[in-house]
Design a protein. Sequence first.
Length: 186
Amino acid sequence: MAHGEGALAGRAGRATDGVAASPPGIDGETFRLAMRDLAGAVAILTTSVGGRRTGCTISSLQCYAVAPPILLVSLGRDSSSARMIAESGRFGISLLGQGMGEVAAGFARPAVSSAEERFRHGRWSKRDGDGQWLADGALAGFDCAVDEMIYRYSHVIVLGKVVAMAQAADPDRPLLYWRQGYRELA
C-alpha cells in the first residue's frame, strides 16, 4: 500500500479517501472557476508497461527538488495513467512548446479516445530498455522512476526521480493553459 492510501491516512486521523466535504461557502464549481485564472505550463505525461502505453495532458507539474532531481505531478487517482504508473513504477514528461496544441488536445480527452489513438498526435520516441515515450519536438523530456505516490482525496501526488532527460537545442516558447484554452506567449 502506497503512503497515505489507507482509509484513515492524513493528519489527526481524518479520512482522506474519496471526496471530502468543501468548507462552508466554497462549493466545488466556484473553486473550479476561480482556478481557471491560474495559467500553467502544458505537458504530456506518458507511461507504459508490458507493451501497453497510455498518457494524459497535465498542467499540474512542478519541480519538487533539484538534488536529486524530482518532479511532482497530480493525477486523478482512478485515471488509467495513475493506475499504470503504480504498476510500472515509471513515467515520462514532455514539456510542450508553442505549436504543440494539437498534441495537448489529443491527450486531453481520454474518455473519447483510446490510449493508442492519443499517440497518433505528434511523433514519439522511446529510450532503450525501460525508458518512457517522449514527444519529439518538446522543449524538454524527462524519464522518471516513481519515488513515492501519495493518495489524497480524489487524486494521487506522484513524485518521480528524473533518471534521464533531453532538452531542445533551440527551445521555443512554452505552451500555456489558461481559462479552458491553450495559449501562446506573445
